[in-house]
Design a protein around this ligand. Structure first.
Ligand code: AVI
Length: 326
């Protein structure tokens, strides 16, 4: 008898060739308002730093969402369809999914993430802990292209439940968030559901501290993106010539993260391109939108989804929303 575990199935649906990705990154850096897509935060070092952020006193979203999940897990699970396919969008180490499996008893788990090697090891770990469960990994930049129709159709009697925790939806601008939610909606059929976490609006001081912590972990996370760009574009950013800046923009109801040039200087962005930065000129690296309960339900409705239930913490700092097709 063999005790070897069969490797979980892994599919790759990355669309853009690396060269096009680099062109987009370069294009963003050459705009008047230079910007870097926040997906570039998450190299190995960036993932480690993000894990550290999630443990900071000031960064309340992770632990507040975890409290909501642990307090209401059974009530949430009771609202989900039976024999579901659980799709964890941006599953990372699948740590959050693992906490749900005994309550939801899915027919199968599909982990979706952009980081292929990491995804494979996460799916192996889920399969080891739940040997009877079918596990599929999908390597995908799902924020740009989400097409799981063929995969989900393999189990026509198992409704999909999309799991998108952590308030990652806040990293989209509202119109892009709506487009993304509509793509999820298009996979739901009649019985599919979306379980999603969103960070809620709260006093500025609490928001700004969460994105500019006293230990400087968020600053290190933000500056690390320059190391990623250096590798991607063969550029020569010197992170010490920039400083981290995070501010709540009241009008757009979002935290904006920037890297601000400490002095006037130029950076080579590969062999043929230079970009000049004036003193105090910034590179936009992230938006993190905050919603009221009503605003988030309205966003779901505008995306073709009805919020059937929601759960919050006692301070209404974070919301977990269960949505179904309208
Ligand atoms: C991943 N995302 C939900 C985080 C956020 O809060 O917007 C990323 C982050 N950026 C700085 N701190 C955390």
């Amino acid at each position: 008898m063999s005790l070897a575990l069969e490797l979980p199935r892994l599919e790759t649906t990355l669309r853009l060739p690396a060269q096009d990705e680099r062109q987009q990154l370069l294009h963003g850096l050459l705009q008047t308002q230079a910007h870097i897509d926040s997906k570039y935060f998450y190299d190995d070092r960036g993932c480690e730093l993000f894990t550290d952020i999630c443990r900071l006193d000031e960064y309340y979203p992770t632990r507040t969402e975890a409290q909501i999940f642990s307090e209401h897990r059974d009530a949430i699970a009771a609202q989900l369809p039976r024999d579901l396919q659980w799709i964890d969008l941006g599953c990372g180490d699948c740590g959050k999914t693992l906490q749900w499996l005994s309550s939801i008893k899915p027919a199968r788990v599909i982990g979706v993430d952009i980081a292929g090697e990491f995804l494979q090891s996460s799916m192996i770990s889920v399969a080891q802990q739940h040997p009877q469960l079918e596990c599929v990994g999908v390597v995908s930049d799902f924020t740009q292209h989400l097409d799981l129709h063929a995969l989900l159709a393999e189990e026509p009697n198992a409704p999909p439940v999309f799991f998108y925790p952590g308030s990652s939806i806040g990293n989209f601008e509202p119109r892009a968030a709506m487009r993304f939610l509509r793509r999820i909606r298009a996979h739901c059929g009649e019985h599919g559901r979306l379980l999603i976490g969103a960070d809620l609006i709260k006093p500025r001081a609490i928001l700004e501290a969460a994105y500019d912590d006293a230990l400087g972990v968020t600053a290190a996370f933000n500056l690390n993106v320059l190391e990623v760009v250096n590798r991607e574009l063969d550029a020569d950013f010197q992170p010490e010539r920039f400083r981290h800046f995070a501010q709540f923009d009241e009008a757009h109801r979002r935290i904006e993260m920037h890297l601000i040039a400490r002095e006037r200087h130029s950076v080579s962005l590969g062999r043929h391109t230079r970009r000049y930065f004036g003193k105090d000129e910034g590179i936009l690296t992230e938006y993190s939108h905050k919603y009221s309960l009503d605003e988030f339900r309205a966003l779901l409705a505008a995306s073709g989804l009805r919020c059937s239930h929601y759960w919050t913490d006692p301070q209404d700092w974070f919301g977990v929303f269960l949505a179904e097709p309208l």
